[in-house]
Write a protein of this length. Structure first.
Length: 320
């Protein structure tokens, strides 16, 4: 068999094997997507309810009680706080008070730890570079908190100020797994590393589409619930048990934690969907390539048979 036919056979076998791998990877991504999608839907309901509750309290000016307390925040005490369990009243108060001057903006950027996820990582990075340019145009320092190896490596390579990085988040992240990220983000804000913090990630729409999203996390303010609803709740009177301080000390940090966890869970769902789509596309391309190579091999084989028949007939004619 000529070398060309042998090479085609090897290529076909190689592409078929690659197709099997990408198909297996698609099935794995689909299984992970199913898990995170269910978890994400349930958590979204909780997160939306929590956001509305905080928004209603802010509309009713109940959180102004914290501002009136004017409890000073000690950065030394901040560093010693266990953010998973304890939030002092002064700390909570600082979470809702806007700084008089915004000199530095923090961006918590969520990307993946690996490739083979289509345009998932590149879309986030492209949008973030645009945001960074806008911040620099406003003379604001940019601080990056990178969650995901791909984003962290890219931003450091491009000389961005990466003040925190975290990688290795599990494919179906738990709430406790994300708490160290939340603790660090809040501690940096309270210690003045940045004056405001945005969470930037890919929002999962469905299995075929996603959208880049930017949400303001700190300070907790300007929660949009609609002007009519805000006016309605501003006129309501709330009975809070056991007291306002205890309720807000629990509710506001919980809101901050849920914002980041919800974003990471949503981003992981979008990542699995993008990976599944990319692997399906790769599998389809492998099938198309096998079909083209098979046609090419059959034509080469036919040409070889035709040549051999011509040689036999020519030799027979020469003997006559």
């Amino acid at each position: 068999m000529p070398a060309s036919l042998l090479e085609l056979k090897k290529k076909i076998a190689s592409v078929k094997q690659t197709g099997k791998i990408t198909q297996a990877m698609r099935m794995v991504s689909a299984a992970k997507l199913n898990q995170t999608e269910k978890k994400d839907k349930g958590y979204t309901l909780y997160n939306d309810t929590l956001k509305k509750t905080v928004s209603h309290l802010m509309s009713a000016q109940i959180v102004d009680h914290l501002k009136s307390e004017n409890v000073p925040v000690n950065s030394k005490n901040v560093a010693k706080l266990d953010y998973t369990n304890v939030f002092g009243l002064g700390i909570v108060s600082d979470l809702i008070q806007a700084r008089p001057e915004i000199k530095s903006t923090g961006y918590l950027v969520i990307t993946g730890d690996r490739g083979l996820v289509g345009s998932y990582n590149s879309t986030v990075i492209k949008n973030m570079m645009g945001l960074f340019e806008d911040s620099k145009a406003e003379n604001k320092d940019v601080k990056v908190l990178a969650v995901g190896r791909v984003g962290a490596q890219f931003f450091k390579k491009n000389n961005m100020n990466v003040v925190y990085e975290n990688s290795g988040i599990s494919d179906v992240p738990s709430f406790n797994e994300v708490l160290p990220i939340v603790s660090t983000a809040i501690k940096m804000y309270l210690n003045g590393v940045y004056d405001e913090l945005y969470v930037c990630y890919t929002h999962h729409v469905n299995s075929l589409s996603s959208a880049f999203r930017v949400e303001k996390m700190l300070p907790i303010s300007d929660l949009d619930i609609g002007s009519e609803e805000a006016e309605a709740h501003a006129k309501l009177e709330y009975d809070i048990d056991p007291d306002i301080d205890t309720a807000l000390k629990s509710l506001l940090p919980q809101f901050a934690r849920s914002t980041i966890y919800g974003a990471i869970l949503d981003a992981k769902t979008a990542e699995h969907a993008s990976s599944m789509t990319a692997m399906q596309s790769a599998s389809d391309n492998a099938s198309d390539l096998v079909s083209r190579l098979t046609t090419q091999m059959n034509r080469a084989r036919q040409a070889q048979i035709t040549t051999e028949l011509s040689e036999i007939i020519g030799g027979a004619n020469a003997l006559e």
